[in-house]
Ligand binder design. Sequence first.
Ligand code: C5P
Length: 222
Amino acid sequence: PPVGDLGGLTVLITAGGTREPIDPVRYISNRSSGKMGYSLAGAAFNRGARVILITTPTSLEPPPGVDVVRVETALEMHDAVMNRYAEADVVIKAAAVADYRPRLKAEQKIKKEGDTLTLELEKNPDILFDLGINKMEGVTLVGFAAETENLIENAREKVRKKNLDLLVANDVTLPGAGFGTDTNIAKLIYPDGSIVSLPLMDKPALANRILDEVIAIRSNHS
Ligand code: C5P
């Protein structure tokens, strides 16, 4: 593995949008492409980290050298993350986790019958929140937030509630930001409420910038 400023650290990264099954052939998901998480995984590996990438199905090829764990649903991602949390020095949750899943998965393909169909949804666990409440000394927790309104207020609230060291927030309504794009326009939000606004960056460059912040946060703590 390459030598670099993340040498000796294990970085756990989640990527992609979860898929929540409705029946054997259908699911609910979101527009996450996985690009941000895969960029982070590649960048962390190139800087010497041991990388665990917990990913939903995406159209991307995982970067060589990373340990890949494949999941589909939020519940599977929750289990996979909890299984590997003890190994991690840094956790970066770039995945877009569905907040709700269908309460029941129909055993057979649902038939086209009535004019309307109601799906009952049930809340998924908040993986990052569960990591935050069990945060061990020396672990750095980084979250992402895609917002369409009140970006800063929502982001500050999330950093606090989820006990994060850093939140990368982006307004997904801006052109060039967020889901599916090759670029992002991010704001870095810290636990003290301070904010750094970054310019439009491609996702690999933003990944390296986030890793620079992780190193700075870790050196301030030690
Ligand atoms: O609360 P919100 O979904 O905006 O928070 C986004 C952050 O929380 C992301 O880092 C995402 O991966 C994480 N998250 C999670 N489990 C959920 C929902 C969000 O880990 N159920």
